[in-house]
Design a binder for this molecule. Structure first.
Ligand code: PLP
Length: 382
């Protein structure tokens, strides 16, 4: 039996081992040494004039961003509903209240119309939201012209959750740089991985500096332990930074490979009228982190669950899209604005194996499983 085909596994074929060995031979396995600094500086060509601080997860980056945006107990924060729970959990850590907003069909990200409706309605209750968390799902940027205009109009800062979209851009501007803060994740299956890690992006260097201070237990700059604030242990360690530096060196290659995986699926499934893909408009560049398909069950005899099971039987990992947060038990009591767009996309969606090093043979295997289900339609007696 061949190896299982995973949804998105890291590829560590660059300088990862070399850099980690360098760290292991130094006295700086936890903090200190040069790798953290080198890792952070390596983002300059991508983000300039924005800078970033490397942290131990994307979730901690969102938490710190909300603290730096002055989100306090009782405040309201708008959040895209169609996303991973980590986009919204930090709102609750702070005793604030998430207000969920629906997606639109073109990008699957926050719907500007529903966003404005939410802002106006919350202001009617006398609560102006403190921040708007927008996500670039599966590496596709949200509609920033419209969303940024609303952020300016109502003077509410954007926190861009770009955990899935490192290397993507919108009208030539890099994902992660659209808000007061941006966030990346380097968790296990993201486009680059440090084994676990994240980053906080901003062009407000004073606030970033404050983030760095809070992420290292709010230690005052004296030789002994002096603290004037409650801090967090959120800084990235040296070993993840060493891995991250090597990963970042091959980001462009990983993006080309993921884009090729996406293009191959699109080409091979072109004749399958029940299957559709998220389009990339001319002004968008997507890292195509995961290939997510939509299956129209009205045009086929199978749905996403049938396909997931059929793939699982062949040891192929696939996964549902993120279940919208307003439908999650844990968030069910929070307000939601929009209709059922995110829900409909979720109901029809499945993420296919999308590793940057997915072989053509493995991809053909995935397509064969889909083709077998697709053909059942033509022979109803099976
Ligand atoms: C992965 C992810 C996160 C969380 O990042 P971690 O590094 O796992 O904490 C946040 N938001 C989205 C949309 C993600 O996909």
């Amino acid at each position: 039996m061949s190896n299982p085909i995973l949804l998105s596994s890291p590829l560590l074929e660059g300088n990862e081992k070399k850099y980690v060995e360098e760290v292991l031979q130094s006295p700086y396995i936890a903090a200190g040494g040069t790798f953290l600094d080198r890792f952070e500086k390596a983002f300059t060509p991508l983000l300039d004039p924005h800078k970033l601080i490397a942290l131990n997860s994307g979730t901690s980056a969102i938490h710190l961003a909300l603290i730096l945006l002055n989100v306090k107990e009782g405040d309201e924060v708008i959040c895209q509903s169609f996303t991973f729970c980590a986009s919204a959990n930090p709102i609750v850590y702070l005793g604030a209240k998430p207000i969920f907003v629906d997606s639109e069909e073109d990008t699957w990200n926050m719907c500007p119309i529903a966003l404005e409706e939410a802002i106006i309605d919350r202001m009617k209750f006398g609560k102006k939201p403190r921040a708007i968390i927008i996500v670039d799902l599966f590496g596709v940027p949200a509609k920033y012209d419209e969303l940024c205009a609303l952020s300016m109009k109502y003077e509410i800062p954007i926190l861009e959750d770009a955990a899935e979209s490192l290397g993507s851009s919108y009208k030539g501007k890099a994902c992660g740089t659209f808000g007061e803060f941006g966030v990346f994740s380097f968790n296990g299956n993201k486009i680059i991985s440090t084994g676990g890690g994240g980053a906080l992006v901003s062009k407000n260097l004073d606030l970033l500096e404050k983030g760095r201070y809070l992420s290292t237990q709010a230690r005052e700059k004296v030789h002994y332990f002096e603290h004037h604030a409650v801090g967090y242990n959120y800084r990235m360690g040296t070993i993840p930074a060493a891995i991250g530096l090597a990963q970042l060196e091959t980001l462009d290659q990983k993006i080309s490979q993921r884009r090729a995986v996406f293009a191959n699926y699109q080409k091979m499934l072109d004749d399958f009228s029940e299957i559709s893909f998220l389009a990339e408009p001319a002004y968008v560049f997507s890292n195509r982190w995961l290939t997510a398909i939509q299956i129209d069950s009205q045009k086929a005899e199978y749905n996403r669950e049938d396909l997931r099971i059929a793939l699982e039987k062949e040891q192929i990992e696939s996964r549902y899209l993120w279940k919208p947060l307003h439908l999650q038990m844990v968030f069910k009591d929070f307000p939601y604005y929009g209709t059922d767009i995110a829900e409909k996309i979720y109901d029809k969606g499945l993420c296919l194996p999308s590793s940057s090093h997915l072989t053509m043979e493995d991809q053909l295997h995935v397509v064969k499983v889909i083709a077998a289900l697709h053909q059942k339609k033509a022979s109803p007696n099976v």
